[in-house]
Design a protein. Sequence first.
Length: 94
Amino acid sequence: MNDNEEKAVTIIIGRVQRDEDGPQTEVHVLLVAPDDDTAVHNTLEALKAEGYAFAELDQIGEMQEEPDEEPYASAYQGALEGEIAVVKAGEIRR
């Protein structure tokens, strides 16, 4: 990839918990990575750094276009700038 090419933003959708008995929260993680394995590894490290002890990743893909709505627009921009953006989508009721 040269500097003139648009970077692909990867989105990973999953569920996290701070402890085994705690509530599950759905998360969407946006980042730029050279491949899926690196994206998964970096996502797990970022979730660990945010204090999540358990993570189950369900889907991975590339975003096709820049989102218009917050918090995804900011997360997308942050990913393009090298950040790993974690968007909490909501608590999952059991």
